[in-house]
Design a protein around this ligand. Structure first.
Ligand code: UT7
Length: 341
């Protein structure tokens, strides 16, 4: 066994295999909903939204544009960068809380739209943490020699489960998708480690009560607005900062990397104040943090996937750079990943 790190949970270059991210891509819908637009819909203000969240605008998918459509567009861009055809994909994983339908899996719809006939496909539900959960799942399949090429997508149409009359939540979320192609590359750069965590004891902080086996859709659940997401903002905020810091520190410890050596930190884009607090507690310099929450709001599982693609496209990340992804979401769930680009 040849591992670069003493800690075996940093699996870089394990037995000659590396889980490399060979392509990234993202897609956001064309329609922009600004804070000024929201001022006309609910009792809010650009000043409140900007100062409390850092969000200026978010994207909203068209009526006939579904999570699978956005996922496919992001995936095609990632596959183009990787130089991978649909036929080459062994597995498609879609992380989402807004699938096209309760079943079948959105990943199956994406597999069909891409023409990835050889690929297995399933959805993964870890809310805003879904993309890192997906990276870790993909890495496991690659390192175990089960698959060589895995497509991981985070995609959400959150506008379909947002209560547009609730100012506490409707200003926060947006739609979009991000994707990554993971491939086995012998002795190459790649995913060093991924940390995942969960606490179901705090499931009540952020959830959608209706539509599952506990509360199937009825006239009462619709009139009771149970098919919209609900959030205890202040408590979620506190848990987010704490969990994101703990996960990031664990990921860095496993790889024996100091925060100062990280070129780009890509935190879940839920709230600018959360990002700043996490950066400060980790001892990161502001220039290390990648931020696009101002343009997209919180896109849940798509959030760090879109940001990773934008960081690469903008030239902020170069070959050999160390990158830290940090996520947090409903569940509660959280995670962090260190990547050598
Ligand atoms: O992706 C999963 C993770 N998600 C998160 O991590 C989100 C975490 N939470 C947050 O980002 C913040 O808690 C919020 C942005 C949701 C809220 O910010 P806050 O500083 O925690 O505000 P708050 O909940 O303490 O509310 C302050 C006040 C309340 O009024 P009262 O009760 O003090 O009179 C709210 O009713 O702000 C009011 N408020 C608003 N006012 C204008 C809430 N939403 C709005 C709004 N416009 N959109």
């Amino acid at each position: 066994m040849s591992t670069k790190f003493k800690n075996p949970r940093a699996r870089f270059n394990f037995q000659g295999r590396t889980c490399s991210i060979t392509g990234v891509g993202s897609y956001v819908p064309a329609r922009i909903l600004t804070n000024a637009d929201l001022e006309k819909m609910v009792d809010t203000s650009d000043e409140w939204i900007t100062s409390r969240t850092g969000i200026k605008e978010r994207r909203v998918a068209a009526k006939n544009e579904f999570t699978s459509d956005m996922a496919v567009k992001a995936a095609q861009r990632a596959m183009k960068m990787a130089g991978v055809t649909a036929e080459q994909l062994d597995l498609v994983v879609v992380a989402t809380i807004t699938p096209d339908m309760p079943f079948p899996a959105t990943a199956c719809l994406v597999q069909q739209k891409l023409g990835a006939r050889r690929a297995a496909a399933f959805d993964l539900e870890a809310a805003c943490s879904g993309f890192i959960y997906g990276l870790e799942v993909g890495q496991q399949f690659i390192m175990s020699r089960t698959y060589d090429t895995v497509l991981v997508i985070g995609a959400e149409k959150l506008s379909s489960i947002v209560n547009w009359n609730d100012r506490n939540t409707c200003v926060l979320f947006g739609d979009g998708a991000g994707a990554a192609v993971l491939q086995n590359r012998p002795n190459a750069h790649g995913l060093l480690t991924a940390v995942m965590g969960a606490d179901g004891g705090k499931a009540n902080l952020l959830f959608m009560p209706g539509g599952g086996s506990r509360c199937p859709a009825t006239l009462e659940t619709v009139t009771g607005r149970l098919h919209y997401l609900q959030m205890e903002g202040r408590e979620t905020f506190k848990s987010a900062v704490q969990a994101m810091c703990t996960a990031a520190q664990e990921a860095l410890r496993r790889c024996e990397v100091d925060i100062s050596k990280i070129k780009c930190i890509i935190p879940h884009q839920a709230n600018r104040r959360i990002i700043d607090a996490v950066g400060e507690r980790l001892g990161a310099a502001p220039h290390q943090l990648f931020i696009n929450v101002n343009r997209y709001g919180n896109t849940s599982a798509a959030s760090v996937a879109i940001a990773l693609d934008e960081a690469v496209a903008s030239g902020k990340i170069h070959r050999g750079d160390l990158i830290l992804l940090i996520v947090f979401g409903a569940g509660l769930t959280w995670g962090a990943a260190v990547i050598e680009w």
